[in-house]
Ligand binder design. Sequence first.
Ligand SMILES: [Zn+2]
Ligand SMILES: [Zn+2]
Length: 327
Amino acid sequence: MRSLICATVALACAVVASMPAGAAEIKVTLLGTGTPTPRLSSFSAATLIEAGPERLLFDLGRGSTIRLFQKGIPLGSITAHFITHLHSDHVVGLPDMWLSGWIGTPWASRKKPMVVFGPQGTVAMTENLTKAFAEDIRIRIADENYPPEGAAFAATDVAPGVVYDSNGVRVTAIEVNHGEKIKPAFGYVVEFDGKKVVLSGDTKPDPRVAKAAEGADLLIHEVAVIDPELLTSYPNYRAIEDHHTSPEEAGKIFAQAKPKLAVYSHIVFATVKPVPDVPEDALSARTRSTYRGPLVVGRDLMSFVVSDHVAAFAPDGSGLTPLTGSP
Ligand SMILES: [Zn+2]
Ligand SMILES: [Zn+2]
C-alpha cells in the first residue's frame, strides 16, 4: 500500500521515509554504499536498521556520522553496533562515532558505554583506541564534565550464532568467505516480528548467504566490478576482485535465495579513469544474466521499509520502483 501511495505522492513519502520504523516494521537505511574509494556520493560501509525501539548500526565506515546527522538521528541513540570484519573501510568511522557521539549536544549525547559486537580483534581494537584517544577523553571529562561511561566501550568478540536479542529484535552472525586470510568475516541476519533482513558483509559468492537469505524480505549484498585493464596496471586489483562477488555471481545468490527485494551495497566499481559515481546500468545488465527478480542498486541514504511487503525510497524520500525482469 505504501509503495502505491509513494508512487503518486512523493511529498507525503518524504515525510513517511523520515519517520522511525512503525510498530512491526523494519526500516533499513543505507548510510554508506561504497568502499575505500573516496567518493563523495558513496561513503564506505554502514547500514542502519531500526526495529521497534532498537537502532542498530552495521559497520562504521567513513562518514557514518555525517549520514546519521543528515537523517537527524543522534549518534548517541544507536543501541548497538555490529562489525562484519576489520577491514578499514568498515571501521574507520568507529572512533568518530565513539567520541563525537559522546559530545553533549542534541546530535550526540551518548551517556552509556558504546555497545559493539564484531569478530575476534574487536575488543582489542576498542582497547587500543581507548589508549590512542586517552588525552581527548581526559580533557573532555575534566573540562566539559562529560560522563566517563559515555567514552567507554561495551565490546564483545562474537562467534557465529545469535549475538543480540533485545526487544524482539534478534541479530545472528553468519560466517562468510571473504578470503583465506580474512577470518572470521561475518554477514548478519536481523529478524523482527517474522520479518528478515540479511546483510552479506564482504564476501565471495557464498552459499551460506543464500541459505540464510531464503525467505528474506531484504537481501543486501556486496558486489564488485573491476575493469580488466586495471588488473594489469595495478595487479593488486586481482586480489581485490578475488575477495568479492561479481554481478553474475550475486545474481545466482539472489536467484537461489529469492528475497522479496535484492539490494546492492558495498559496491566496488573500479575503472582506469576514475568515475565520480557508480553507473547503475553496468551493474544491473550483468546481474540480469542470472537473476530477474526485484533489484535496487543502492545509493547512500536510500531506505527500505519492511512490513507485509518491502517499500523502497530514494535518498530524497520519494518512492522508488525496483528494477525487474530483463535489462
Ligand atoms: Zn573487506
Ligand atoms: Zn569492504
